[in-house]
Design a binder for this molecule. Structure first.
Ligand SMILES: *[C@@H]1O[C@H](CO)[C@@H](O)[C@H](O)[C@H]1NC(C)=O
Length: 392
């Protein structure tokens, strides 16, 4: 018995040191002293600066695309929740109603990610609004996207009802169950991390709000797909697996939002289930994303999606990482993890304010220099500003 408990103690020590939440001292300015009311007004001023670009007829913003616009609505809802205000609520609700009226399930381009995009806005307002959206748009969107999830039975049968090709039931010896096709198109074979991570996250939110086990099961199934098939040896999310021939996107396709969405979904799933395995996985991906990722140098400032002169999809990816880290921060009781996220958010916050700001507008290049307003630069900054309200 004695020697057994020593072995267990050593194993626990090994486990503890494997998860190193220490803040790298090479990071640039990982704290700040701005008071709460100033942080709230900086974030709201950043939101106010993007609003002139809103086209209320479409609920989209001039200068950015459809799914980037969905991210703006998420921030507005989070801003109200975190600041404890209702400043943005009427605008969020009116525009989501418009977007869902014009595009069934928020699906404009037959691509699943946009339909899942406004989920934060759906989930974040007060309880009455949450209920209303969850039993309406949130659940409808979940039902829609569920048609493009691979079930265990479909994986075994090698067929998917929405697809015209033979399905690879396993890749690398692991079941493809839980993966989500990123396009509904019958001949599109790609299953990717962002779609699966978004579905995992929406499922976990729905599980939390409704208590319905079917959402928990869906979240677990997609979390298992990510863990067994689309995370690299450094604990960062990869991009795409082909569900017909198991070919993969290049190893170099490592993007902030893939890991960010996974962190967010696992953070909520861990909270809903109380199952430690999801917390461990979430922490591993979170540590890798903040300290071992290719999207930043030793000063910690994110350089991915720096694009002063033109918009592209990648510009807004980093805001999805920040939102995911922030969600994990809010739900975690691990103080070391919370300090790491707080520090990482402050590195980005201080970089934006010191190096990339022009008044209340921000360049998509967070290391600077400042420039004139661009809608995409503004979009990318919003989650940092809002997250910094209570990550400090
Ligand atoms: C700040 O923004 C204004 C308005 O967009 C622009 O005219 C000006 O050149 C910008 N300043 C810098 C330093 O980029």
């Amino acid at each position: 018995m004695y020697s057994k408990s020593i072995v267990i103690a050593l194993a626990l020590c090994g486990y503890a040191t494997a998860q190193d939440f220490g803040v790298p001292l090479s990071w640039r300015k990982f704290s700040n002293t701005r008071p709460l009311n100033e942080r709230i007004s900086i974030a709201q001023a950043a939101i106010n600066a993007i609003l002139p670009q809103l086209n209320s007829a479409t609920a989209e913003f001039n200068g950015i695309g459809f799914w980037q616009s969905g991210n703006v609505w998420s921030v507005l809802a989070n801003q109200d929740r975190i600041a404890g205000s209702t400043v943005n609520q009427a605008r969020v609700i009116a525009n989501l109603n418009t977007a869902f009226r014009l595009n069934a399930n928020y699906d404009k381009f037959q691509v699943c990610p946009p339909s899942l995009k406004p989920l934060h806005a759906l989930m974040c307002h007060n309880e009455v609004q949450r209920r209303r959206y969850v039993v309406g748009n949130g659940r409808d969107t979940w039902n829609h996207v569920s048609n493009f999830v691979i079930t265990p039975a479909q994986a075994s049968a090698g067929r998917h009802p929405a697809k015209s090709f033979t399905l690879a039931g396993t890749c690398d010896g692991k079941s493809m169950a839980g993966g989500v096709f990123w396009r509904p198109t019958a001949d599109d074979q790609g299953v990717n991390s962002v779609t699966t991570g978004l579905y995992l996250t929406l499922s976990a939110f729905l599980a939390e709000i409704t208590g319905d086990q079917k959402y928990t099961n869906a979240a677990i199934q997609s979390a298992n797909w990510m863990r067994s098939l689309n995370i690299n040896s450094k604990n960062l999310a990869l991009d795409t697996v082909n569900a017909h021939d198991c070919s993969r996107s290049p190893d170099s396709w490592i993007f902030t939002y893939n890991s960010g969405k996974l962190i967010e979904g696992l953070g909520v799933l861990s909270h809903v289930t109380g199952d430690n395995q999801w917390d461990t996985l979430m922490a591993n991906v979170l540590i890798a994303s903040t300290k071992g990722a290719p999207w930043q140098g030793s000063n910690g400032v994110i350089t991915e999606g720096s694009s002063p002169n033109s918009n592209n999809d990648g510009v807004g990816f980093k805001s999805v990482l920040i939102r995911g880290l922030h969600e994990a921060f809010e739900r975690s009781s691990n103080n070391d993890l919370r300090i790491l996220v707080h520090s990482y958010v402050d590195v980005q916050y201080n970089a934006l304010l010191d190096l990339a700001a022009n008044g209340s507008t921000y360049s998509s290049s967070w290391a600077g220099p400042p420039q004139g307003f661009t809608t995409w630069g503004q979009l990318a900054a919003l989650d940092v500003m809002t997250s910094a309200i209570n990550a400090n």
